[in-house]
Design a protein around this ligand. Sequence first.
Ligand code: ADP
Length: 412
Amino acid sequence: MKILVVNAGSSSLKYQLIDMDGEKELAKGLVERIGIEGSRLKHSAGDKKTEIAQEIPDHEAAAQLMLKILQDPEFGVIKSTDEIGAVGHRVLHGGSAFTASVIVNDAAKQAIRDCFPLGPLHNPANLMGIEACEKVMKGTPQVAVFDTAFHQTMPPKAYMYGVPKMYEEKLHVRRYGFHGTSHRYVSRRVCEFLGISPEGKKIIICHLGNGSSLSAVKDGKCQDTSMGLTPLEGLLMGTRCGSCDPAVVQFIANNPLKDDGTPLGHPISVDEVLTIMNKKSGLLGISGKSSDCRDIDSLADAGDPDAELAREMLVYGIKKYIGAYAAAMGGVDIIVFTAGIGENNADLRKQVIDGLEFMGAKIDAEKNKTRSEAVISADDSRVTVCVIPTNEEIMIARDTLDLVTTGKVRDN
Ligand code: ADP
């Protein structure tokens, strides 16, 4: 069966068509600037690449264009949309309602809508993507795969915040965690790769990209994760500050600065402070130059003290979470690096693992020179350290296939 994987944002729609017979990627693409001047589609199928610039007013038009190019005589890979067995959608927030992926029906759509306050930027866009595909592929099953679902096995002691309990009971204020599809894929794949069962294993997954999160996975189930009610909590990220004293919000709101560092002269709202914390902080905010870890590395290597500080803060934060999760699980057997930074930045991996010999983790500098699936720990390291490239699309496609063929997902 061919499965179409869709990730809809507020002005974009990313897609990938996968032949589940052999799990081969047939084509992928991105519709950008939906509803904005300059909208276009970028598409590739194997070596063939094309770009179409045209007006794309809404998500339905984007979905139509995606289907058109997938059936194009030159750049397409299917003859008819009937060949698409089902569509799997990435949905950011499933709240507490979803512990696994689901086939989309009216009740599921309502539950996604109910999560709009928890994921105000993403969930409405994700639902627009679902509804657009429903319209242009009538009768094709649609499946929703949630970024939060894998973390729903966390115990209350890990997901509760210490604010009055009624905020969780009435308003669902709690830790949810994100990147769940990646954490789930990587935690499964590392065991397959090492030829072991997840049972009895304590694994720490470091998903390090523009957005970064760690998870503690015991017996294949998530015990804790670093992102919270929103993706702002946890590690220092590309443009997000990660965890800090919540009173910082009030302090900055009352004493805001202009970009040049001089006082703004009047208070700003909590929403405005959160914009600073989400968009102007992290590697970008500390270095003052870039949110991209590659730039931070080059600047730090050239002696830029702010970039050096940003890199040190990132490494220090990851180390602290690894220590915390090892303590929380009563040990650690496997540490995995994944996503843009985790897969590609060998120096950062070394800096994170160096100094963790006391807990049995030791890196092998030669083995660490990898960008693909590999064990990178020394032979005498008690903790196995690995690189496992993430593949959220394949996880979404597998869940979609499982739900439409057997009614339930394997190995949730
Ligand atoms: P997102 O969270 O947006 O999916 P990615 O997983 O692509 O982000 O991660 C982006 C980060 O990964 C950037 O900080 C970038 O510096 C780093 N990165 C991506 N590719 C490479 C590479 N080839 N070498 C070094 N760093 C990389």
